[in-house]
Design a protein around this ligand. Sequence first.
Ligand code: AVJ
Length: 323
Amino acid sequence: DLALAPATHPAPVPDTPRDERARIAAHLLEPQASISPRYLYDPLGCHLFDAITELSEYYPTRTERAIAQQHRDAIAAFLVAHVGRQAPLVDLGAGSCGKAPFWFGPLGCTDYLAVDLAREHVEHALLGLRTRHPGVRMRCVALDLVWDLPQLAAHVERPAVLFYPGSSISNFEPEQAVRLLREMRAVARGGALLIGVDLWKSAAELQAAYDDAVGVTAAFNRNVLQHINRLLGADFDPRQWQHIAHVDGERQRVEMRLAAIGAQTVRWPGGERHFADAEYIHTENSYKWTLDGFAACLRQAGWQAPRNWTDDHDRFALFAATA
Ligand code: AVJ
């Protein structure tokens, strides 16, 4: 039946900038294939990450919240002593703006700047926040922290508190973390920093947190392949890839990987990559710091008087420092 014969048209070219497609393809073609963790966060990926933060095994989110609640007054006192009350609060990677409002009261915040790549997501969150905090002026700046952080300085007029929670800094190599922290210091205009940092702990705890029993993290990781399929026009079959959380004690990081279940070839317009059985794609690093190690990292980036607050098990730390 001719009507049912497959059409032989070229694969549609996806609506992704050419250089971005080239970058994604180049990383897939490296001897050690990789996908940038930024691609974990398409709309479904954002929901899956929110689900991760609810998992009993995933300690960072709830531990950070507990530290903030327990040490709110001391942390606020440290920051206010340096920047005074009513300093602008700059939320880096604001997302749903779920964490910053906790600090509006303690810091006497009247000016909130939410910074995130996903402008629409943030604008939506700000709609609800504005009615609950009528005294706080709220703005959104859409930019990529990795490449365009220095541009943020143009939006900050006076000494500010920079807020970088959730151990997002974990995704960066230590040298890159120092570079970003140095750029943050320039944005703070003599202000201060409040940053959440995940700490090194037993391999068993890390393994459980990054390979949970229900498989939410596995879904989060495999979903990156769907996202790449859309961006690149690739034909990854997520069913053929296994989630692996690899704890690297030497580098003090957890690596997320996707390992091929059986040999397979992945194709996209203009390229293809063969994967042997069990060959893996590296999708994320999550660096774990020590208290001393991160204090040294802050100082190296020019931040002064670093202080930290932790939970009873030293699982996670909130650090504050002055510019
Ligand atoms: C958002 C980078 C802090 O490393 O814990 C969670 C991302 N990956 N589970 C982390 C993540 C797998 C998360 N960060």
